[in-house]
Design a protein around this ligand. Sequence first.
Ligand code: PGA
Ligand code: ZN
Length: 428
Amino acid sequence: EIRSLYGLEILDSRGWPTIKATCTLSSRAYASASIPSGRSTGTAEAWELRDGDQARYRGRGCRQAADNINTIINQALRGRDITSQQDLDQALCELDGSPNKSRLGANAILAVSISFARAQARERGISLYRHFSELLEEPVTHFPRLTINLFSGGRHAGRQVAIQDVLMVPSGASSIDESLVTMSNIYQTAADQTYETYGMRLLTADEGGQAPPFESSEVMLEAAVAAIEGAGYRPGEDVHLAIDVASSHFYRDGQYELDQRRLQPGEMIEHLCRWRSRYPIVSLEDGLAEDDWLHWPHLCEALGNTTLILGDDLLCTNPERIVRAIHSGACNGLLLKVNQIGTLSEAITAHRLARQAGWQVTVSVRSGETEDDWAADLAVGWSADQFKNGSITQSERLAKYNRLLEIEAGERLPIRPWPRVLKPGHTR
Ligand code: PGA
Ligand code: ZN
């Protein structure tokens, strides 16, 4: 039973407001959770409630969302017989009553959902990742393979190039610790190479990725391969690449405005295939735009046998969109961001649908994060295939990596092998 709920407006890693909630149970066990926020958002995401008062944080204040926790949600849920996560999340959705959580705000709702989960884990005296695993009703079988941001472009870096993220996949590493060592070597090498090429010190983007003034996406990919080699690793063997093209953000009037080019969808797919054949890419996120449903199955057919075709903006962790993508063979992997959908229970549904279809699941944080580390527990607890958490600088990222190190120190689990054989996304 919930004794009280408390909401507070706090600041995220970009200095914009977000929400922290504290849940106290009748046993007096209590816990807090804070919620991230995206910049490169999908249009089908659940609604983040913002105050709109231009005099405070350019309209991005979250006082109303915090207030909704303190008044409407607290009054409706306190003292009520809510013992399971599902009961809570259902009650929150009913209380909100809108299709996209716009009345109370998905930021308010998710903060309550996660703080309740953490309070329950505390009450039970178990780790949060164990509790997450029990909520999913699946055992923890392995640690996720890390995909770590090296270079940034797109909306996260002022759009100097089209591709939003180039991530390192330390596929040869057999532990979280070894993955981070590998990444550190590559990150430092890339920083040296940037200095040699551009004569500039490190400039970093929203997720701590390096953002030199690359002339094109290809130059960015070449630099990623050079950094792997420079650090003494074999590209395509020890370390692979994952890219987030985030192409919804350069899709206009049915065409892709990629760097200096304008490509028809078919040409865009050919372009992605060329990248795939020239660079050691094992994962391709949002290669096409969020509403280009017609062409996603062609992309998945072309590359899905060898490459993870991940839907982020396409799916928005939304069960209805996931079902549509499964039926049309649009992708073979879910990028799971809990705040895109707004409750833990709905994210569980999303996860189950993806797994039943034979897809892989990448648990991801957002570009605007806080020092909270629950996403690391979620990635472990739900045995994610991959974890996407940005770069290895900036404390909002390190809170999660450090939590993984802590879990690994107490728990001997294998890390997910990669590349492993992918199921074709084509299910028609
Ligand atoms: P966002 O970006 O958190 O700014 O939406 C992350 C991503 O596109 O994967
Ligand atoms: Zn993305």
